[in-house]
Ligand binder design. Structure first.
Ligand SMILES: [Zn+2]
Length: 441
């Protein structure tokens, strides 16, 4: 954590060079952490990892086009005074993940999970979600949070693995180290920023002709889910703090600022039609969510059963197949893992995590050439993922290519440090494979 403080401090020091910007919601001056081109670079680095972690963009052209249309309608209402950074290339995606969340990157790349879409009831509620995320981008919240978040990601990406045996060989490591494509690069916001994002989101949706009641309904829905199934919202609340106050504030705004403007639309029929396929899988999502929870708790047999139950309802669902593959792999059933991941890769050829699991399975079976081929495929989908060099190091070592292995371990340690079990292993092997020359006396 000490390193996080230092790195964030460096970024803040840089801010004095970048200067002040006006927060478009509050009108107050705030530091701009990074310049526009840095924001685009940050987003380019972080978004592919997060999308891979969320099992990629949903293969549902209708839902994606619809969400993009609603997003563009909101962006179309923005005025120069609304934005800290002009002309961000806003884009909107549905990601396959089944947990409930939506998030933004500082370039205006905005994603909503299938799990969240399945819970919403109309287009005004969707506009409230997207408007909230657009406001985070416009206020520069995402920029400052992510510039810290990327540092955080680099630190935790090596520590999420759960190596049980520190002295274990590379073959054991391949099976027990953290999953490729499971790093999290999401910005975390303060309650003050949440208030501003709700305020901005509500303003945009009203301008776009939506009933502001959609924001109230969204907050009610989140309160309802958090009571019934708190774990479904764990990640959403970690990144967007929720409170009863947010609901009360939205209700108060309907009575004051937006009194008499409640004639906007909620386009429920259009929403239900465009999201029919996703909502139709809601029962399967519940099983998949259970499988995710069980995987996190290392209950691999239970996770496999949950994934299989979900797949009965949503056959060949990419998330379901990947959960089954992970449950099998972690549970020691390599053949089952390979079969599920291969089918997942067939169902979704751009699915990075399937390539990650196939690479890990190949390493465990000591099939290094196949492992490297899958790592290449993974890297094409997710360039710059923190863990990829670690797995490359394992594969090269297996092939006896010491120099390539040392180079890969060096890259891993340089990026993610040597504190995690993977980092410790990589640093140790680096010393053994390419020891520093002894100082001459
Ligand atoms: Zn938020």
């Amino acid at each position: 954590m000490a390193r996080l403080g230092v790195a964030a401090g460096c970024l803040l020091a840089g801010a004095t060079l970048t200067g002040c910007v006006t927060n478009p919601i509050t009108g107050q001056q705030q530091f701009s952490i990074v310049g526009r081109s840095d924001l685009l670079a940050l987003a380019k680095q972080a978004a592919p990892s997060q999308f891979a972690s969320d099992y990629g963009v949903a293969q549902d052209a209708q839902a994606n086009a619809y969400v993009a249309r609603v997003g563009r309608k909101l962006v179309g209402t923005l005025k120069p005074v609304d934005v800290v950074y002009p002309d961000m290339p806003f884009n909107f995606q549905v990601v396959n993940a089944v947990y409930v969340n939506a998030y933004a990157f500082p370039d205006g790349t905005i994603a909503i999970t299938r799990g969240m879409l399945a819970e919403l009831e109309n287009e005004a509620q969707l506009a409230a979600v997207l408007g909230h995320e657009i406001a985070h981008v416009n206020c520069g919240h995402t920029a400052s949070a992510l510039s810290k978040g990327v540092v955080y990601n680099a630190l935790v990406s090596g520590t999420q693995g759960y190596l049980q045996n520190k002295g274990s060989s590379w073959a054991d490591l391949a099976g027990t180290a953290g999953q490729l494509g499971s790093a999290v690069a999401l910005a975390r916001y303060s309650r003050v920023q949440e208030r501003q994002a709700d305020q901005g989101g509500m303003a945009y949706m009203v301008r776009a002709g939506y009933d502001p009641q959609g924001m109230v309904e969204l907050q009610q829905l989140l309160v309802r889910i958090s009571g019934a199934n708190p774990s479904a919202l764990e990640r959403m609340f970690a990144t967007h703090p929720m409170s009863a106050e947010r609901l009360q504030t939205a209700q108060a705004r309907i009575q004051t600022e937006y009194a008499g403007q409640n004639r906007g639309v909620n386009n429920q029929a259009a929403f239900l039609a465009a999201t029919a396929r996703i909502r139709g899988n809601q029962a399967a999502f519940k099983h998949f969510s259970a499988a995710e929870r069980q995987l996190a708790q290392k209950q691999f047999a239970a996770a496999r059963v949950s994934a299989e139950q979900g797949l009965l309802l949503a056959p060949n669902d990419y998330v379901g197949l990947m959960l089954l593959a992970q449950a099998n792999q972690k549970g020691g059933n390599l053949a089952g893992a390979r079969q599920a991941a291969a089918l997942a890769a067939q169902v979704n050829p751009s699915g990075a995590r399937a390539q990650g699991v196939l690479a890990q399975c190949a390493l465990q079976s000591q099939d290094y050439a196949t492992a490297l081929a899958h790592l290449d495929a993974f890297e094409r989908q997710v360039p710059g993922e923190a863990r990829t060099p670690f797995y490359r190091g394992l594969a090269y070592e297996g092939q006896g290519r010491s120099q390539l292995a040392a180079r890969a371990y060096r890259a891993y340690v340089a990026r993610s440090g040597a504190n995690s079990p993977e980092g410790q292993y990589a640093a140790r092997r680096l010393q053994q494979l390419a020891p520093n020359p002894r100082p001459t006396r």
